[in-house]
Every structure is written in C-alpha cells, then in structure tokens.
Design a protein around this ligand. Structure first.
Ligand SMILES: Cc1cc2nc3c(=O)[nH]c(=O)nc-3n(C[C@H](O)[C@H](O)[C@H](O)COP(=O)(O)OP(=O)(O)OC[C@H]3O[C@@H](n4cnc5c(N)ncnc54)[C@H](O)[C@@H]3O)c2cc1C
Length: 341
C-alpha cells in the first residue's frame, strides 16, 4: 500500500505557503482520497506559522523551520527535504515544480534510493498510479507508471487548484536536520522594476503582442512608440503577463524596431513557451499554428486582428474582434484607468 508525502515550502514572506505548494497539497489530498492512503505534508519555512494553512487537511504535518530555511539554498533545502522524507517514510512524494524544489528534488530522490519524474500535469489511479506529462512542446502526452519507490513527482504549476482550507493554529512535528557546511549566503534580491518584469506566470490573463504592432498602419506610418505605451499601459492596468509572437521578438535580429521590453523569453508557441493562464488576449497577431500551439492551456481565448481571415477566426479563438488594436487598447486602457480612479 502506498503512502503519500507532499513536500511544500514557504513563499517570500517566510510564513505563508507558496501557491504552487498549495496546489501540490490539493494533488496530494486527491490522490490520498483515491488510494485510501495515509497523507503527510512536509513544510520547509522560516516561520512555523506557515503550517497553519494546513490545519484543516487532517494530514500528518512535518516541518523544518528556522532562519536557515528562509531562503532557497541547495545545501539547506536538500537536507531539510531529505530529513522530512526520512521521517515520513512515504512511498510517493509529490512536490511543486517550483525553482526552489526543482533544484533539490532529484538529489533528494537519489539520497533516498528512489526515482523522480518532473513536469507532471496529472496523477491518476488506474489499477496502479499513473502520472501524466507532456513532451515535444505539449504535442505528445505520456502516462508514466513505475514500480520503484519512493517515487517523486514534481507537479507543474497551474495543474491543480490551490488548497484553501480554513487556517488555524496548529503545531507540526518538528523534524531535526543536520545541516552540511553552508557555503552560500543569500545577501538579498536584485530584480527588475515591476514594470520591466513582464512575464508573470501567476497572472489571470496572458496578453500577447504580435508583429502587427510594429507594422505600417493604415496611415502608411509605423507607430511603434505608441504601441509600446499602449501595451505597457494595459499590463500596468491589468497585471497581465506579456507574451509575444516569434515574428515580433525576431525583428531585432533583422534590424527592425523592437519593443524594448520584449525578449525571446516572452515568445509563446512551438519554439516558445506554453504558459497556463485562465484567459488570453492576442493582439496584432495572425494566429498561425506554430504560435497557437503554445496556447494549448489557455482557458478562454480572444484576439484582435485587422484580418478577417486570420488564424484566430479559423477556430483558434473563442471570440475575435476584427478591429484596429490601437484604438481598441487605448479605449480599454482609459476605461481600466477610470475604473481604478
Ligand atoms: C518550425 C516553426 C516554429 C515556429 N515557432 C513559433 C513560435 O514558437 N511562436 C510563434 O509566435 N511563431 C512561431 N513560428 C512562426 C509562425 O509561423 C508565424 O510566422 C508567427 O507566429 C507570426 O507572427 P505574427 O502573427 O505576430 O505576425 P504576422 O504574421 O506578421 O501577423 C501580424 C498580424 O497583425 C495584424 N495587424 C496589423 N496591424 C494591426 C492592427 N492595428 N490591429 C489589429 N491587427 C493588426 C495583421 O492583420 C496580421 O494578421 C514558427 C514557425 C516555424 C516554421
């Protein structure tokens, strides 16, 4: 009989669990329910109060807490996760595929003599346990089952709802950790200004800019500067994440004007990323197949294009506005600003 451990960690506050961790908790509870298996949840956090969010899960709670675990660091995180796994003795370990756990999970699995699969999007019980993941840019779905235990599964973010049971004061079993010499000190964070940080995986909406923004418009002129202002205004007002078509981000290498806040990291598609957001709005983008491949996990799709024969109108979007995106986004931004004020 399998038993389940969910490994979780705190967010930047140190006292609350990260959203991806709460998603892993949901996955663990669902799987434990299907298997009728015991469930333990392990927490790595600076503050022991981080476990309060799990009070209503009814799971066995294990925690490694203290100042050494405030920041992500390979040595301390791997030791903490190993200690929790040894205390829980679970045969299945579910963990969020966050940068913090992705960095240590494979080595923890190795230390426990187990094996690991990453980018898991679903876990099902079908005779045995089956973990699903996508390959080849989300075109091929594989279902993996293994006899080896402990089996670690790193879950992709956005594949489960975040657990949201009522928090209450609760104490977890504190797990002792023998730390190795810590050679890495985290001295702080250096990150781009909020405006420059355009890729926001947790945003509800994805806004995609296509090459049309920097093409000659009906007046025969290019309005790239205005395009940049409109796009950034929309992102500011909505908190949306910014994606791009390949054509738009490639323009720089062809010597054309580029929107300065876009890089290849923003590119969505077959050779770009496959983000997960509840909604997506494509603007000035043609909706060609290699681009739309990256929209596979976007729940509701809308597009604004001048071309009534664009790919979006051919079944790739739920709603298509055949309109000039410049005045549409300008009006939308004005309405959003008015609503805020
Ligand atoms: C192997 C391979 C892999 C690829 N991988 C990717 C990938 O990962 N991602 C990707 O994006 N592409 C990818 N491509 C390229 C893809 O096929 C398209 O060429 C690209 O997505 C087109 O980008 P676009 O729609 O922004 O530009 P365009 O095709 O130039 O379309 C611009 C659109 O903007 C519209 N427009 C212009 N002005 C306005 C306005 N004022 N208001 C509204 N609409 C306006 C036009 O009508 C037009 O429909 C790949 C291609 C290949 C062969």
């Amino acid at each position: 009989m399998d038993s389940i451990l969910v490994l979780t960690h705190a967010d930047e506050s140190g006292s609350a669990l990260s959203k991806a961790s709460l998603e892993a908790v949901t996955a663990g509870m669902e799987l434990a329910g299907k298997l009728g298996a015991g469930l333990a949840i392990g927490v790595v956090a600076a503050d022991a109060a981080a476990v309060h969010a799990l009070a209503a899960t009814g799971a066995r709670l294990l925690a490694v807490t203290g100042a050494e675990f405030a920041q992500a660091r390979y040595g301390s995180d791997a030791a903490a996760c190993e200690a929790i796994c040894r205390a829980a003795q679970a045969s299945l370990v579910l963990a969020p595929g966050s940068s913090r756990l992705a960095r240590v999970a494979a080595s923890v699995a190795h230390r426990l003599g187990g094996c690991i699969d990453t980018h898991i999007s679903a876990v099902a019980v079908n005779g045995g346990i089956e973990a699903a993941r996508w390959f080849y840019r989300q075109r091929v779905e594989a279902v993996v089952s293994r006899a080896a235990r402990p089996w670690f599964l790193l879950l992709d973010a956005g594949t489960h709802a975040a657990y949201a049971g009522a928090p209450a004061a609760v104490e977890a079993e504190q797990v002792a950790v023998t730390l190795p010499p810590l050679r890495t000190t985290v001295s702080g964070f250096r990150m781009p200004a909020q405006d420059a940080q355009t890729i926001r995986p947790d945003a509800k909406m994805l806004f995609v800019a296509g090459a049309g923004w920097t093409k000659k418009q009906p007046d025969g002129q290019v309005h790239a500067e205005e395009a940049g202002k409109l796009i950034l205004g929309f992102l500011r007002a909505t908190g949306a994440s910014l994606g791009s078509s390949k054509s738009l981000v490639d323009q720089g290498s062809e010597g054309n004007f580029v929107l300065p806040f876009l890089t290849h990291l923003n590119q969505i598609g077959q050779t770009g990323s496959t983000p997960r957001h509840a909604k997506g709005l494509a603007t000035c983008c043609h909706g060609e197949e290699p681009h739309v491949v990256g929209w596979r996990f976007i729940g509701a799709r809308r597009a604004i294009s001048l071309d009534p024969n664009c790919g979006w109108t051919r079944g790739k979007a739920d709603v298509v506005y055949i309109a000039d995106a410049f005045p549409v986004i300008a009006r939308l931004n004005a309405l959003l600003e008015a609503k805020k004020a």
